[in-house]
Write a protein that binds this ligand. Sequence first.
Ligand code: HEM
Length: 232
Amino acid sequence: MTTLADRPGERLERLWAEEPGLGTWLSTVDHKRLAKKYLYTALVFLVLGGIEASVMRLQLAHSNLKLLDPETYNQLFTMHGVTMIFLFAVPIFSGFGVYMVPLMIGSREMAFPRLNAFTYWGFVAAGVFMYSSFLIGRSPDGGWFGYTPLTDKAFSPGPNIDFYALGLIFLGLASTGAAINFITTILKMRAPGMTLNRMPIFVWGELAMQVSILFAQPALTLATVMLMLQRH
Ligand code: HEM
């Protein structure tokens, strides 16, 4: 008969387990629970982006339909692009990574579990902030790429682009934090024997993506800070 002492893995799982329930679901720093939160939240944003796409397609179903005025159409395609790229595509990969990477490299957790929770909530805050612009009918309308001079104060005087720029700054901080977390986990927390050459291709993919983010994202965040400064 097997005893508890024979199954150390099970004992560890019991020691590390969190109480079920909403309180711990909200405050968790556990990588599997945070990963599920990433995946569910990204899917919610996919649905929102899908609704925006459907409304645009309705407007485009026939020529000269008057379903949306041009300004609302601009807001919808910008929010659709921003949502699909920054609030769905990037976080869905983070979600899979946060779930799988520690399991695949034989680590018990991500290197910085609290940073993991911080970056998740940063992503949620950025998304909610950008979507709150719909409440005042002034959503970002300069395209998901946000190029100047179109997004300068002269051509985009309202608060629309401020929602975009501030949201992207929050998101940029979150993605940079997540990149540091992934890179440290993969480089420093592999189980004995899990050499870089034996690492699963998924983990290699995640490492390559996160190194790219670490180099690219701060430049984008700084450019967005400069856009904000120039606008004000
Ligand atoms: C059935 C699914 C989808 C439909 C029907 C759809 C439809 C559209 C439409 C109508 C536009 C606006 C084109 C225009 O008037 O300029 C657009 C733009 C865009 N879509 Fe989608 N889309 C879909 C899925 C996606 C997905 C999955 C992504 C990315 C992961 C995505 C990313 C974008 C981007 C980046 C833009 C450009 C936004 C901009 O110019 O600011 N779309 N889409």
